[in-house]
Design a protein around this ligand. Structure first.
Ligand code: SF4
Length: 133
C-alpha cells in the first residue's frame, strides 16, 4: 500500500499488483469501493451464468477462467448501483434457488430466460443435466 500512498487504487492493473489479491477481490474493490461496474464471478455466479446462458468453461476452476470473466463482464449492468444489486440478486438466487444440486427451476424467476431450464423441460431430467456441470 506504500506504493499507492496508503490509498486503494481504482485501477485494475494496480490492484493486481497487490500481494494476495486475486481477480474476485480486484472486481469487488472496483465495484464496491470505486463504483465501477465489474462482475463478481465466484463459484455461485459461475454456476448461474453457465446454466442460464448455456456456456461452459473448459477450466477446472471456471470462476478463474479469463474467458468466463470476459463473458460475465458483458452481462454486468453499467450502472454500479444496479451492478451491485445484480450481484447480490445472483447470490441469493444461487443460494436459495439455483443450487448446485437440485435447482428449484419451477419457482425460479429466471426460468423463462434460462437455457438449462429450457433443456430440462424438453425432456432432460435436471439431475441428468447436472452431471455435466
Ligand atoms: S431455471 Fe433452474 S437452472 Fe435456470 S437459473 Fe433458475 S434454478 Fe437455475
Amino acid at each position: 500500500m506504500d506504493k499507492f500512498n496508503g490509498e486503494v487504487p481504482c485501477d485494475k492493473e494496480k490492484l493486481r499488483e497487490l500481494p494476495g489479491v486475486g481477480e474476485y477481490i480486484v472486481s469487488e474493490v472496483l465495484l464496491r469501493a470505486c463504483r465501477k461496474p465489474e462482475p463478481l464471478l465466484d463459484i455461485n455466479m459461475t454456476r448461474v451464468v453457465e446454466r442460464i446462458f448455456s456456456v461452459k468453461s473448459a477450466k477446472k476452476n471456471p470462476y478463474k477462467d479469463p474467458v468466463l470473466w470476459s463473458f460475465a463482464k458483458m452481462i454486468v449492468l453499467k450502472d454500479p448501483d444496479l451492478a451491485e444489486k445484480f450481484h447480490f440478486g445472483i447470490l441469493d438466487l444461487a443460494r436459495k434457488i439455483c443450487r448446485a444440486r437440485n435447482p428449484r427451476c419451477n419457482i425460479c424467476p429466471m426460468k423463462d430466460l434460462c437455457s438449462y431450464y429450457a433443456n430440462s423441460v424438453r425432456g432432460r431430467k435436471v439431475s441428468t443435466a447436472l452431471s455435466s456441470y
